[in-house]
Design a protein around this ligand. Sequence first.
Ligand code: ADP
Ligand code: ASP
Ligand code: MG
Length: 416
Amino acid sequence: MALIVHKYGGTSMGSPERIKNVALRVAKWHDAGHQIVVVPSAMSGETNRLLGLAKEITAQPDPRELDMLAATGEQASVALLAMALHAIGKDAVSYAGWQVAIETDSAHTKARIRSIDDVKVRQDLDAGKVVIITGFQGVDELGNITTLGRGGSDTSAVAVAAALKAAECMIYTDVDGVYTTDPRVVSDARRLKTVTFEEMLEMASLGSKVLQIRSVEFAGNYKMPTRVLSSLTDPLMPLEEEAISGTLISFEEDTKMEQATITGIAFNRDETKITVLGVPDRPGIAYQILGAVADANIEVDMIIQNQSVDGKTDFTFTVPRGEYTKAMDVLNEKVKAHIGAASITGDAKVSKVSVVGVGMRSHVGIASQMFRTLAEEGINIQMISTSEIKISVLIDEKYMELAVRALHKAFGLESA
Ligand code: ADP
Ligand code: ASP
Ligand code: MG
């Protein structure tokens, strides 16, 4: 008997029929003698619908009220799932984040989990109940409802699994695992049986939205075995088969040494590029530009500074799309005149494409192969950034899918 956490995403909870299927699957695991905690997301489309309503009321909704609103999606899901379990004779109880409690900081719409109280959950599990806890939401120390950012139910599930010292966190979703790239973009992408924690962290941070990055961080920090698998299979399929399906995040590097150099291709449409032109090339300039942007709570991703000509240089960096206007305002209002920049330009139509793999460490020539592939497709590279296990390039967004497909092929990632 083991304690296992199941997480079901929006599509998996997308209709009363799907919720009934989730109940059948959960009951199967419980019948096999396991203690089961379920963390569901809101039904698909619900969070978007709620956030859309807020935008119809006001262009700038108060973040605390946004959380109050968005958290209702998951509250509906847990109650419906509890009812579906009751209907098939299972004892189950649902809780909102604050009832558990899942305590977070007060950063509304992007809160971080601080602690999870496991007392009540353990009591229920010991009494033979299936415990259902809302994904995505928590409560701050003042009692305000918070949410963990889009895709945050993954993080709730892994954090709950860590707090309960579960044997495994199973992330059920609408694909049957982690692929070499998004199977919606490359139809012959290949499913990975295992992916190292480090690679999953890079893939998630570089835009592969199959897992929210913070969930991968939790999995790493607590060495929580985490598996991504399909919720769209027959819920009554043999448990032994289901238990080893999908993709397992592994913590053993050595097993990967013999494998392919490149594990996957990640991409991110959520990028914009800003260039500060004609800045005096003197100490402190990078700080004056990026410091102001950081003070406005805007996250900067890629950065380059050009060679200086006649004591002047250009400084380019990327920020998420949602922060573009704010970043331009900060630069125009607070930085431009102060540092004596000639002008500030921006491009909101760029995307980042990255190749990821721990095998890169022991192979040379990955960068040149990547650049050659893009050159052959006539795709211009605007910025480059590298780490030990990834190379990222910024390109015009209209070539993103072409670049992903070409690189997927060039690195031989397609299924056999
Ligand atoms: P859920 O609602 O279950 O949380 P998400 O939509 O958040 O599901 O995540 C699953 C989706 O992630 C898939 O449908 C797929 O299109 C996308 N995805 C992006 N990159 C990958 C990848 N490398 N492997 C698998 N799926 C990926
Ligand atoms: N319902 C939330 C969202 O749509 C959280 C999640 O699905 O993980 O972002
Ligand atoms: Mg998700």
